[in-house]
Design a protein around this ligand. Structure first.
Ligand SMILES: NC(=O)c1ccc[n+]([C@@H]2O[C@H](COP(=O)([O-])OP(=O)(O)OC[C@H]3O[C@@H](n4cnc5c(N)ncnc54)[C@H](O)[C@@H]3O)[C@@H](O)[C@H]2O)c1
Length: 392
């Protein structure tokens, strides 16, 4: 096997996603496996350089993994051996970092949302195309084992005609803060900027980006959206324990009409307690069967196993509805979804192999989020036009 290397600038590795999913579970894991097999007798080894603002935090991560680091983005962009720029900064900072990297001729891989507005997101797509660089956006839910099983069922025609899709996403995000001051005293599990509009937060921008590519790739193009956002919890405490006003939406109740007539409903909430199989479940009902997918597992109920439910509140429920579902077997174990998409992107850059999840697809996610917010503001259904019609 020949060995080839590729320099990857990784910006935002002190953050939750940058560190856990992208650095440790993707790039470090790929390196530990000996690189990406390019299928032509060559393996490709990513050589990361870690970028950030905080010298101590960066140095301590870099020491742990043995990679070089810098706080000078311009300098690493000027180095020709760094061919890829990866960005997992907070959403409001993405546009500037990606724009700079495109101008420096780097291939782009970045987290979603691609930008805070569809105009900015589409501008990045156009800039990348004009510069002739390769580009990709994280669409991790498509690589979840549970959703891969769902896709297998769709492709095999298991559902007959698909009627509806119901997505339930969310969990309780603790407020932090001293109980004496009204806080819950718990450790935060998400960064506080998520709950401040002025810092790029909000669940609609965060989650409708995901639902767009899940719908587009599994169920069909989105024709229109109706969305009601809200801020259920108006006061939270930040990483330093200071109280702040939660100015961003922390729940969204959205319905989508797909071009093929399927109705999809997604509840997304950081203020909900979980009584379901997983933090995200997708129920698909079809004429010939139904399925419920979580992050890893997927359960089915074919039409001939459908219990004959009869409404009678005067007797205890005679049917165990949870029992009438069968687990879909794992055909081959799939690894971390972020890593799987990294491998495809690295191969795409090195060999030109297909990679469909580009900045244009990312911009479509931001478009749906923006239209969701417009629907909430206007209290009405909004049609989803072709991206090029709105941003030319
Ligand atoms: N694909 C997914 O499932 C998924 C899940 C969660 C978050 N995300 C996205 O990933 C991105 C990062 O989210 P996160 O949860 O890791 O956030 P985070 O707050 O944990 O990390 C943000 C990173 O940005 C850096 N940063 C913040 N302000 C900065 C500034 N002024 N200058 C330079 N660097 C700055 C931080 O140091 C940190 O490295 C967001 O865009 C978010 O929407 C994606």
């Amino acid at each position: 096997m020949k060995r080839q290397t590729i320099g990857v600038i990784m910006n935002g590795v002190t953050g939750r996603m940058g560190l856990n999913q992208h650095l440790m579970r993707s790039i470090v894991a790929i390196r530990e496996e000996g690189g990406v097999d390019l299928g032509n007798g060559t393996t490709l080894m990513p050589e990361p350089v870690l970028i950030g603002r905080n010298r101590e935090k960066l140095a301590s991560i870099a020491d742990r993994v043995g990679f070089p680091w810098s706080t000078d983005l311009d300098a690493v962009l000027a180095d020709a051996k760094n061919e890829i720029y990866f960005d997992a900064l907070t959403t409001d900072l993405r546009f500037e970092g990606v724009r700079k990297a495109i101008a420096a001729g780097k291939h782009i891989y970045c987290e979603k949302p691609v930008a805070s507005t569809v105009a900015d997101a589409y501008a990045l797509y156009r800039l990348a195309e004009e510069a002739g660089v390769k580009h990709g956006v994280v669409q991790d839910k498509l690589f979840l084992p549970g959703l891969l099983k769902l896709k297998g069922l769709i492709d095999a025609g298991f559902f007959g005609d698909i009627l509806s899709v119901r997505g339930e996403f969310g969990y309780w995000v603790f407020t932090g803060g001293d109980p004496v001051e009204g806080g819950d005293g718990a450790l935060l599990q998400r960064p506080s900027w998520n709950y401040r509009k002025e810092d790029g937060g909000g669940i609609i921008l965060d989650m409708l980006c995901h639902w767009r590519y899940v719908l587009d790739n599994l169920f069909g193009g989105v024709n229109s959206v109706s969305c009601r956002g809200t801020t259920h919890i108006p006061k939270r405490w930040d990483e330093q324990g200071n109280a702040y006003a939660a100015t961003a939406d922390d729940a969204a109740y959205a319905t989508f009409e797909l071009a093929n007539g399927v109705i999809a409903q997604f509840n997304s909430s950081w203020a909900v307690r979980v009584r379901r199989d997983d933090l995200l479940t997708l129920q698909v009902d079809g004429t010939r069967g139904s399925a419920v997918a979580g992050l890893r597992q997927c359960r089915i109920q074919p039409a001939d196993c459908t219990p004959r439910a009869v409404w009678n509140p005067d007797i205890p429920q005679p049917i165990d509805f949870w029992a009438g579902w069968t687990l879909v077997d794992e055909e081959k174990p799939t690894g971390n979804g972020f890593k799987a998409q990294w491998e495809l992107f690295l191969r795409h850059v090195a060999t030109g192999s297909p990679f469909q999840w580009n900045l244009r697809e990312g911009a479509k996610g931001v478009q749906l989020a923006e239209l969701g917010i417009e629907s909430w503001r206007k209290r009405c259904w909004i049609d989803v036009p072709e991206l090029s019609e709105v941003v030319g």
